[in-house]
Design a protein around this ligand. Structure first.
Ligand code: UFG
Length: 351
C-alpha cells in the first residue's frame, strides 16, 4: 500500500487536510516539529472521524516528531514507511514558518526553515524515488495590482523574506522538474487567506501568542480576550476604505489539496501552479459586520495607520484551478464566521 507524507501536518491547514485525506481513504505519515502546532489537533482529527463514521483510523495516521532542518528526521519517516510496506508515494509540504513580520526580523531563520528544510526534503524524496509533491505556496509571491484579480501568469515580486522563501522554493521545484520532466509531478498551490475551522469545532486555527492575522483577532475580540480590532487604514482605494482580501474556508482549501493530489497522480508528469482562493473579495469592515450579524456578537474596532507592506486588494483569479481540478470552494464568509466562532467558543485557549 502507498501513502502520503504531510510535512507540518499538525498545523492549521495540515490538520484539516489530514482529516480530508483520511476521509478519502488515504494512509498518512506526518512529520511535525510541533514548534507552532499541537499534537492535540491530530487526536481531534481521529475523534471527528470516530464520531462521523464510527471507525478508529489511528493505524492509518503515523506520527513522527521531527524537523526538516535535520535530514535524518526526514529519512527516518521514509525508512519506516518502507519497513511497514507503506512506501511514500507523494508529499504534501506544509511545514514552514509563516509570519510576515517575524520574517523581516529573522530572515536567516526563515531561509533556513523554509528553503534549507525543503532542500533536505527533496534530497530524501529523490533518494527514495518519490517524485510527487504538492507545495504550500502563497499569494504573497505576487506583485499586487490595483483592483484586479491575480492570475498564475502575473508577475511575482515578493516584498518580504517570507514571500521570498516561498518564491525561491517554487523556482527550485521548477529546476528539479526541468531536470527530469518525465518523472516529476509537482503542484505549487498559492493560498490566499485561509480562515475558519472545521464545523465540528474540534480543529481550527490556534496561533501561539498574539495573532497577527485578522480573523483569529476577530474571534479573540468576540470572546473578550482582546478588547478591539485595530483596522490598518481607512483610506484605501476600496468602496469602504478598508483592505480587501480573498478569504477561503480552510475546508475548501484542504479539499483543494485532495483534488490537486488526485490530479497529479492520475495525469502525466508535469508541474502546475494554482491559485487556491475563492475569487471573491471581502473588506475588513464587511468581514467584521458579517461576523457580528451571523454570531450576534459585538466587535469593537478603531482605525490606525496602514500596516507597512499591506495592499488594497488581493483576490484570486481561480479559474485555472477550477478548470483543471474538479474543485470549487463551496463555503462562504457566513460559514467561515459561524465555524470560526464555534471553534473559538469550544476552545477558548486553543488546543
Ligand atoms: N488587518 C487589520 N488589522 C489587523 C490585522 C489585519 O486591519 O490587526 C487587515 C489587513 O490590513 C488586511 C486584512 O486585514 O487588509 C487581512 O490581513 P491578514 O494579516 O489577516 O492577512 P494578509 O492578507 O496580510 O496576509 C495573509 C497571510 C500571509 C499570506 C497572505 C497572502 O497572513 O501569510 O495572506 O496574500 F502571505
Amino acid at each position: 500500500m502507498k501513502s502520503i507524507l504531510l510535512t507540518g501536518g499538525a498545523g492549521f491547514i495540515g490538520s484539516h487536510t489530514c482529516l480530508s485525506l483520511l476521509e478519502n481513504g488515504y494512509e498518512i505519515f506526518v512529520i511535525d516539529s510541533y514548534i507552532n502546532s499541537s499534537r492535540k489537533s491530530l487526536e481531534n482529527v481521529l475523534k471527528i472521524l470516530k464520531k462521523k463514521y464510527n471507525r478508529n483510523l489511528k493505524n492509518s495516521l503515523n506520527l513522527f516528531e521531527g524537523d526538516l532542518k535535520n535530514v535524518r528526521d526526514i529519512e527516518a519517516v521514509f525508512q519506516k514507511a518502507n519497513e511497514v510496506n507503506k512506501s511514500i508515494e507523494a508529499v504534501i509540504h506544509f511545514a514552514g514558518l509563516k509570519s510576515v513580520s517575524e520574517s523581516m526580523a529573522y530572515p536567516l531563520c526563515y531561509w533556513e526553515n523554509n528553503f534549507y528544510g525543503t532542500i533536505n526534503l527533496l534530497k530524501i524524496m529523490e533518494k527514495y524515488n518519490c517524485k510527487n509533491i504538492v507545495f504550500s505556496s502563497s499569494a504573497t509571491v505576487y506583485q499586487t495590482k490595483i483592483n484586479q484579480l491575480l492570475n498564475e501568469r502575473d508577475k511575482c515580486s515578493p516584498v518580504n523574506p517570507y514571500g521570498q522563501t516561498k518564491l525561491a522554493v517554487e523556482k527550485l521545484l521548477k529546476d528539479i522538474y526541468k531536470s527530469a520532466p518525465s518523472e516529476w509531478r509537482i503542484a505549487c498551490l498559492r493560498y490566499f487567506n485561509p480562515v475558519g475551522a472545521h464545523e465540528s469545532g474540534l480543529i481550527g486555527e490556534a496561533p501561539f501568542g498574539k495573532p497577527n492575522n485578522l480573523f483569529p483577532q476577530i474571534t479573540k475580540v468576540a470572546i473578550g480576550i482582546m478588547s478591539e480590532i485595530k483596522i490598518f487604514g481607512s483610506d484605501w482605494p476600496t468602496p469602504d476604505g478598508t483592505g480587501i482580501r480573498d478569504y477561503i474556508h480552510v475546508m475548501d482549501l484542504s479539499e483543494g489539496h485532495i483534488s490537486s493530489l488526485n490530479y497529479l497522480l492520475k495525469e502525466k508528469p508535469q508541474m502546475i501552479t494554482l491559485n487556491l482562493g475563492t475569487g471573491k473579495g471581502t473588506s475588513v469592515k464587511e468581514f467584521i459586520r458579517t461576523f457580528e450579524k451571523i454570531n450576534n456578537v459585538e466587535i469593537p474596532f478603531s482605525f490606525v495607520e496602514r500596516r507597512p507592506g499591506d495592499n488594497a486588494f488581493v483576490v484570486a483569479d481561480n479559474s485555472f484551478a477550477k478548470s483543471i481540478l474538479s474543485w470549487e470552494p463551496s463555503r462562504n464568509i457566513e460559514d467561515i464566521c459561524r465555524n470560526g466562532w464555534n471553534w473559538q467558543v469550544m476552545n477558548p485557549d486553543g488546543y
